[in-house]
Design a protein around this ligand. Structure first.
Ligand SMILES: O=C[C@H](O)COP(=O)(O)O
Length: 251
């Protein structure tokens, strides 16, 4: 059984300017004792806001994460950011292998694996995203695709404590459409099985988040599913009221 607190992660994607600090401040303020005891909140702003958010979050127990990193530690990689640089801002998490990077930036499982390794070496926790396309699901290949992504993206030497897995069906991201509750349950149980095969007992404790059109109105149903240990939230994480509304499903 999963013993740790559930995890609700906000991925701000390419949204947010300095003025957004006040909205984040409202999230931090709203993370009162009632929520803190039941759920861990993490917000992943664009890198330009990482340090600012880390300072605002000080003492609040809201975690901060980045949305991507380079697999290397340093060097001639114009425009890239290393996991160590992310750690230096005070962030503790890094999203890796989001489908918006896998598809738009043609990132492979091998790319994701290199990044998970870098995140691990920097002492941070990787939130590894996996998810099938609509075509793959229609062809009955969803479970197989996720197996391939998990197998290809997890480096040797990783421990379960350094990992969060987020299941995000590509067709559910930003569309308002979600899989049926039974399809989510089937996939999460399948991922759990694979994690236990790979990490043993530790695999039973890894958070498996669901992502894709999570909102306050569907959060209670989705988050009540067995082996759904939290959510990775895009659009609805930009507003404090919506993000806290989703987390409140645990209260
Ligand atoms: O990382 C978050 C996901 O891509 C979900 O985005 P969404 O909640 O806007 O559908």
């Amino acid at each position: 059984m999963h013993a740790r607190k559930p995890l609700v992660v906000g991925n701000w994607k390419m949204n947010g300017l300095k003025a957004s600090a006040s909205e984040f401040g409202r999230m931090v303020e709203g993370y009162g004792a009632g929520l803190r005891h039941r759920v861990q909140l993490v917000v992943c702003p664009p890198v330009t806001l990482l340090s600012t958010f880390a300072v605002i979050a000080l003492g609040s127990r809201v975690g901060i994460g980045a949305q991507d990193c380079h697999p290397g530690t340093h060097g001639a990689h114009t425009g890239d950011i290393s996991a160590e640089m992310i750690a230096d801002t005070g962030a503790a998490f890094v999203i890796v292998g989001h489908s918006e990077r896998r598809i738009a930036h043609r990132e492979s499982d091998a790319d994701a694996r290199g990044k998970v390794k870098a995140v691990h070496h920097a002492g941070l926790i990787a939130i590894l995203c996996v998810g099938e396309t609509a075509e793959e699901r229609k062809a009955g290949l969803a479970l197989q695709v996720i197996d391939g992504q998990l197998e290809g993206s997890l480096p040797e030497g990783l421990t379960g404590d350094d990992l969060v897995v987020a299941y995000e069906p590509v067709w559910a991201i930003g569309t308002g459409v979600t899989p049926s509750l039974s399809d989510i349950a089937e996939m999460h149980a399948h991922i759990r099985l694979r994690l236990v095969e790979r990490f043993g007992e530790e695999g039973g404790r890894i958070h498996i988040l669901y992502g894709g059109s999570v909102k306050p109105s569907n959060a209670s149903d989705i988050l009540a599913i067995s082996d759904v240990n939290g959510a990775l939230v895009g659009g609805a994480s930009l507003k404090a009221a919506d993000f806290l509304g989703i987390a409140s499903a645990y209260v």
